[in-house]
Design a binder for this molecule. Structure first.
Ligand code: ZN
Length: 63
């Protein structure tokens, strides 16, 4: 009597979240703009709708 045992393999679908984060991080890094007033050494802080310079308070609005 061969009883077929159907093994239900519980496959957990793992979405590689890290990959998404990597892309996002890359995006953020690439998004960094330099302050036109302070020079290329100073990056503008990226905000929701604008970039701001921490040194001279230069603000560049995102379009
Ligand atoms: Zn600046």
């Amino acid at each position: 009597m061969a009883e077929e045992k159907k093994k239900e393999s519980k496959k957990t679908k793992r979405i590689k979240k890290s990959a998404f984060y990597k892309v996002e991080e890359d995006k953020i890094v690439r998004d960094h703009k330099c302050c036109p007033k302070c020079g290329s050494g100073v990056f503008l802080a990226s905000h929701k709708d604008r970039y701001t310079c921490g040194k001279c308070q230069y603000t560049e609005w995102k379009k």
